[in-house]
Ligand binder design. Structure first.
Ligand code: NAD
Ligand code: DAU
Length: 361
């Protein structure tokens, strides 16, 4: 059997971590199809760009002809779909790209994969998998006392981003139920770690702190997210791909619920120790409470019992170990941060944060 996978969106945050670790582990050939939007960055893949088992293809998951060519040429044994528009705030400013990639794009990808899969040999048909990488945000928002999301939690997406991801999850489910496509879906909580684009909370705070800029906290900062170190997410995806039951959904999370303000204060404390301000004052002095995100979900929490009991996956990092590794990575990779936080990025922070009463550009 051909030991090859196609990864979509492999130049983004999680996708590039996944491609890097897949190749480092020697798990076989990876074809990375990425549109290289503002969030896709080939600098995330410099360590593997000359790897004999790595192929990069610049393209769109909505391009069915290209997909058909790639599937025919490489005969993959799996397709892992990371490609998406992923930032909630951008989906509020401009939802259209989210519908186009997350809904229409996933539909075209499923169509192309179904056509390919239908013509495989019986043996290859049985081993093939389509793994769709999704999010806990499709389940909506929890109250403080609510139990964490299990896989049977009804969908209740609240942002254009989460609604578009919910739609893509439903399409994946339907392609399994109707056509028998061997799908797997993972719904994961908030990731953090290397190559995280500095529009998201953790890398934005590290970047702004070091640049002497305000650290913007939406609303009162009491919203809760459940944080998972990105390499743990990649390991979970590999586990589900290898052993997950076809047609099933697996929630992935780190059992690390933290209010945003606590995350930001932790980052400030680590930076105070590792890279103190020139004036000796604490980074926490830069915290600025700004206007809240419209429709802001209050709390996410993942119950990751199913993947632990069925497949034996558990996160390796605690929040404390993962966040320290993350800060170290950003301190050691300032060139990467400077490279990605120019051009379009500056336009985004200018538009988005000036509306909230902060000038961050
Ligand atoms: P990201 O925004 O960092 O990367 C997305 C990648 O997809 C980029 O490389 C981009 O160029 C590419 N892309 C976008 N549109 C495309 C298209 N039409 N065709 C091909 N490539 C395209 O996203 P991320 O944070 O790495 O998230 C990856 C996936 O994981 C997404 O599906 C997201 O919904 C999901 N997810 C993310 C998190 C998180 O905390 N970041 C948590 C759970 C699930
Ligand atoms: O839960 C999984 C999701 O996590 C993924 O599906 C998304 O792709 C990913 O972007 C992430 O979504 P969030 O909206 O939770 O992540 P973000 O880093 O944008 O925000 C985390 C929390 O911090 C959220 O409550 C909003 C808040 N926040 C964010 C920014 C950018 C701030 O308070 N200030 C900020 O400047």
């Amino acid at each position: 059997m051909n030991n090859c996978i196609i990864v979509t969106g492999g130049a983004g945050f999680i996708g590039s971590n996944f491609v890097n670790s897949w190749l480092k582990l020697g798990l076989g050939k990876v074809v990375n199809l990425d549109k290289l939007t503002y969030a896709g960055n080939l600098a995330n893949l410099v360590d593997v760009e000359h790897h004999p088992e790595y192929v990069f293809v610049h393209g769109d998951i909505a391009d069915q002809d290209l997909l058909a060519e790639l599937l025919t040429e490489h005969q993959p044994n799996a397709v892992v779909n990371f490609a998406a528009e992923s930032h909630v705030d951008r989906s509020i400013h401009g939802p259209e790209d989210f519908i186009q990639t997350n809904v229409v794009g996933t539909f075209h990808l499923l169509q192309a994969v179904r056509a390919y899969w239908s013509n495989l040999t019986t043996e290859h048909k049985q081993s093939f998998r389509f793994l769709h990488v999704s999010t806990d945000e499709v389940y909506g928002s929890l109250g403080k006392a609510d139990a964490a999301f299990t896989e049977t939690q009804p969908y209740a997406p609240n942002s254009p981003y989460s609604a578009s991801k919910a739609a893509s999850d439903h399409l994946v489910r339907a392609y399994h139920h109707t056509y028998g496509l061997p799908t797997l879906t993972t719904n994961c909580s908030n990731n953090y770690g290397p190559y995280h684009f500095p529009e998201k909370l953790i890398p934005l705070v590290i970047h702004n702190a070091l640049a002497g800029k305000p650290l913007p906290i939406y609303g009162n900062g009491q919203q809760i997210r459940d944080w998972l170190y990105v390499e743990d997410h990649c390991a979970a995806i590999r586990t589900v791909l290898a052993a997950g039951r076809v047609g099933e959904v697996y929630n992935v999370g780190g059992w690390n619920e933290k209010p945003n303000i606590e995350v930001v204060k932790t980052l400030c404390r680590i930076l105070d120790a590792k890279s103190p301000r020139n004036d000796g004052k604490p980074y926490a002095d830069q915290i600025a409470f700004v206007e809240d995100r419209p429709g802001h979900d209050q709390r996410y929490a993942i119950d990751a019992t199913k993947i632990a009991n069925e497949l034996g996956w558990k996160p390796k990092e605690t929040f404390e170990s993962g966040i320290e590794k993350t800060v170290n990575w950003y301190l050691e990779n300032q060139d990467w941060v400077n490279n990605v936080s120019s051009g379009e990025y500056l336009n985004w922070v200018q538009t988005h944060y000036s509306e909230r009463g902060e000038e961050l550009a």
